[in-house]
Ligand binder design. Structure first.
Ligand code: DC
Length: 216
């Protein structure tokens, strides 16, 4: 079924800007948007707050309503982005049972007229048939600086060195895990955004999508 639904995958390391780019590309094309990281974050938040056995992850029932993310009826849209949850999520995401539980949910997100999916294994595991796969990178320092500015804008305090170290640790865990590690699909287009602005990256992905459609 998903074979006839156009899917664009955007994978890459933490804080590489995938979420912003994916939702902008989805808006531009009128496609649906899947933030797969949010699913892992919800599983983590739930596990942290209830002390549940991670093997029970299949019992999780995340709900997405009007752009908000609900867990047991509670709005957790902001809570899942907390630094503590970000760091813990890369640990929970190594658990094969959690990944298996979230697989069908991600597959079901592919709906007409199309889907833009961002994460770590969208192009390699969840949507290997996607006609356009993009792998975004940026140096850990650049990503930490972007995150640092976001935190300051939100009135929070931040430590650039600690953010850089935390991102490097998350990259290491995401890339070295046995199940669905972070890596580009063989046919992914690589995009280093270290020196690129948001508009430029969105434009590039949309250009690639136009090229892809012409070839199909
Ligand atoms: O994209 P993000 O920062 O919201 O992802 C949070 C964590 O979830 C990250 O450490 C890796 C994990 N993740 C994953 O393993 N597979 C995905 N498809 C998406 C996220």
């Amino acid at each position: 079924m998903t074979d006839c639904i156009p899917v664009i995958t955007l994978d890459g390391p933490a804080a590489s800007g995938k979420g912003t780019i994916a939702s902008r590309v989805a808006d531009a094309l009128g496609f649906h948007y899947l933030d797969s990281g949010a699913l892992y974050r919800i599983a983590t938040l739930d596990a942290l707050s209830k002390g549940i056995d991670l093997d029970d992850a299949q019992a999780l029932s995340p709900v997405f309503e009007g752009g908000r993310i609900l867990l047991d009826g509670r709005d957790v849209t902001t809570a899942i982005r907390a630094e503590e949850v970000s760091s813990a999520t890369s640990r929970v995401a190594v658990v094969p049972g959690v990944r298996a539980a979230l697989f069908a949910l991600q597959k079901n997100a592919a709906r007409l007229p199309g889907l833009v999916a961002d994460g770590r294994d969208m192009g390699t595991v969840v949507f290997p048939e996607a006609p356009l796969k993009v792998f975004m990178t940026a140096t850990a320092r650049v990503r930490a600086e972007r995150r640092y500015c976001q935190l300051l804008e939100r009135g929070e305090t931040a430590d650039l060195e600690a953010l850089t170290a935390d991102l490097e640790e998350r990259d290491r865990r995401d890339s070295q895990r046995a199940t669905a590690p972070l890596k580009p699909a063989e046919d992914a287009r690589l995009l280093d955004t270290s020196c690129m602005g948001i508009e430029e990256v969105v434009k590039k992905v949309l250009e690639w999508w136009d090229e892809t459609k012409k070839l199909s």
